[in-house]
Write a protein of this length. Structure first.
Length: 128
């Protein structure tokens, strides 16, 4: 059974999805870096029932901005993790494909050692 077309599809999907997730991570990290923060924080207080209660619209705005920033950073980290996982999957397909190529008697004589090739086209590529 020739599984090379399946390996090529898995590798192509993993590489493409990894690129998309990396872009998503970059967008979320950029957004988290651009969260607007208040320049000044005013705090007011008023005595009620013998206790001093404080209130600040600026502190509420700061809290909301920090929450938004944390959510964007969390999304970016998830996208980066997905991208890394998919890149490892693609690398695993390449290693497995190379293992199959080197351990198939008919192909092992045709392919010289230490030749990298793209699973989709099968064209040899030498790093030299």
């Amino acid at each position: 059974m020739n599984i090379e077309p399946l390996l090529w599809i898995i590798q192509l999907f993993a590489d493409g999805a990894a690129a998309v997730f990396a872009l998503v991570a970059a967008v979320f990290w950029y957004r988290s870096a651009k969260v607007p923060l208040p320049e000044q924080i005013r705090v007011g207080s008023a005595p009620v029932d013998g206790y001093v209660h404080t209130y600040s619209k600026d502190l509420e705005d700061l809290g909301k901005a920090l929450k938004d920033q944390a959510e964007d950073s969390r999304s970016a980290a998830k996208a980066a993790a997905a991208s890394a996982f998919l890149l490892f999957a693609s690398l695993g397909v390449r290693v497995y494909d190379d293992f199959l190529e080197r351990n198939t008697p008919a192909q092992s004589q045709a392919a010289p050692g230490n030749v990298l090739r793209w699973a989709g086209g099968g064209r040899p590529f030498s790093p030299d």
